[in-house]
Write a new protein. Structure first.
Length: 363
C-alpha cells in the first residue's frame, strides 16, 4: 500500500517514565476490494451447494513510529474493517541489540509468520474452502492477550536466523479491553516459539506451541489433556518460480469417546489430532502477472483408541486451488478456484467449489 500522507507528531511522550520520544511520523493507508463469487457443491445443504454473491471489503490502517532518546524505537498500527471496528493492532518496542517486545490484538502472535506460508498468487489455499485449513489454527490463541519477544536477526553463513517467543497467561485467544482481565475455565498458560532461516533463495521455518488444559469443555475431550500445536515449512525461489511445502500438527487432546468418520468436525472444537500437508508452486510470468497451483490434505484422527475405544478410520479433507493475479500499480485483478472434498472432515460431506474474481484498489 502506498502512503497517503505523513505528518509529524510527538510519539509516546510521557508513556515511558525513563525516556522520552523524538518527533516521529504517522502514515495512513487503505484498500478496497470488490469481489464476485460463485459456489457449487454436493454437501446436501441447499444454501451451501449453490450461491452467487457480489461483495466488498474495505481496510483502513493508521501506522505510527518514533525514536526514543536512548536510541530505542516504538512502532504501532491499527487496522479497521468495513464497520470501522478495530480488526487488528500492534505496538512494538525495539530495544537495539536486545531485540523487540510487542503486544498485539488480532495478529499479535508470531504464529502468523509460520502457519500457511506456501506461495500462492492470491490468497491462502483454504480461502473460499468449506472450512479453514487446520494449520491456520496453530498458535492462533496468541493473536490476543499475549506478549511476544523477537530476538535480533543472527547470521549463519549465507543465512539469516530469526527467533521469536510468545507467552499468554490465559491462552484462550480472548482479547480484553484496556484495564480489563480475561478468564477461562478452559486454558491456563500458553507458550510458543518459532525459528526461521532465510538465505540462498530458501526459507525454512519451524514453530511449536502448547497450552495448559483446565477443563473438558471441548467435544469429548479428556480433562487435563494439554494441547500441542506445531508447523514447519520450506519455500524455495529460483528466478520466476517458487515452490513450497508445509506440515502442521494440531492436537487438542485425547478423546473420551469415539467420533464417527461420518460426523462433521470443527477445528478448535473437536478433540483429537488434525494433521495437514500443503504444497504449492507459483510462477511469475512477468513483473505484473503471476499464477499458482496449491494442494492440501488435512487429516483428522479422533484418537479414541488411545483410551481403549474403537479404532475409527481417519478422514482427510482435501483442498485444490488454482490462482492468478495481475497488478497495475495501485489496482489489481485476482482470481481463484478452490475445490474442497470431504467437507468438514466428514466422509459423507461431499465437495464444494468456490470461484472468486476480485478487483482491488490500494492507496
Amino acid at each position: 500500500m502506498n502512503k497517503l500522507k505523513k505528518i509529524g507528531l510527538t510519539a509516546l511522550a510521557g508513556s515511558l517514565a525513563a525516556v522520552s520520544a523524538n518527533a516521529g511520523e504517522l502514515s495512513v493507508s487503505g484498500s478496497y476490494n470488490l469481489t464476485y463469487s460463485t459456489q457449487t457443491g454436493d454437501t446436501g445443504t441447499a444454501t451451501t451447494d449453490h450461491g452467487i454473491g457480489i461483495g466488498h471489503d474495505r481496510d483502513f490502517q493508521v501506522s505510527g513510529s518514533g525514536e526514543l532518546d536512548n536510541g530505542w524505537s516504538v512502532a504501532g498500527y491499527t487496522l479497521t474493517k468495513d464497520d470501522l471496528t478495530v480488526s487488528s493492532s500492534n505496538i512494538a518496542l525495539t530495544m537495539g541489540s536486545m531485540g523487540t517486545v510487542s503486544v498485539g490484538h488480532g495478529t499479535g502472535g508470531i504464529s502468523t509468520g509460520y502457519d500457511v506460508q506456501t506461495p500462492t498468487a492470491y490468497e491462502e489455499i483454504d480461502d473460499g474452502g468449506a472450512t479453514s485449513l487446520s494449520a491456520n489454527f496453530v498458535g492462533s490463541w496468541a493473536d490476543n492477550n499475549s506478549l511476544v519477544y523477537s530476538a535480533p536477526a543472527m547470521s549463519a553463513g549465507d543465512f539469516t536466523i530469526n527467533l521469536g517467543i510468545e507467552y499468554s497467561p490465559e491462552a484462550s485467544g480472548t482479547s480484553p479491553v484496556d484495564g480489563a482481565i480475561t478468564s477461562s475455565t478452559e486454558y491456563n498458560n500458553g507458550y510458543g516459539v518459532g525459528v526461521k532461516a532465510t538465505g540462498m533463495g530458501l526459507t525454512v521455518g519451524v514453530y511449536g506451541a502448547t497450552r495448559e488444559e483446565d477443563d473438558a469443555s471441548k467435544v469429548n475431550m479428556t480433562a487435563g489433556s494439554d494441547t500441542f500445536e506445531g508447523v514447519w515449512y520450506a519455500n524455495y525461489s529460483m528466478g520466476p518460480v517458487s515452490i513450497g511445502y508445509s506440515q502442521s500438527y494440531y492436537d487438542l487432546g485425547e478423546n473420551a469417546a469415539d467420533i464417527a468418520k461420518t460426523t462433521p468436525k470443527t477445528v478448535g472444537s473437536a478433540a483429537g489430532v488434525f494433521e495437514a500437508e500443503t504444497y504449492s508452486i507459483a510462477f511469475n510470468v512477468n513483473d505484473n502477472f503471476s499464477v499458482s497451483y496449491a494442494r492440501a490434505d488435512d487429516t483428522y484422527d479422533d484418537q479414541s483408541n488411545t483410551k481403549g475405544g474403537t479404532e475409527i478410520e481417519d478422514v482427510t479433507q482435501d483442498y485444490k486451488s488454482i490462482q492468478a493475479a495481475y497488478t497495475m500499480g495501485g489496482m489489481s485483478i485476482k482470481a481463484y478456484r478452490t475445490e474442497t472434498d470431504n467437507v468438514n472432515y466428514d466422509s459423507n460431506g461431499g465437495s464444494l467449489t468456490v470461484t472468486e474474481v476480485a478487483l482491488g484498489l490500494s492507496f
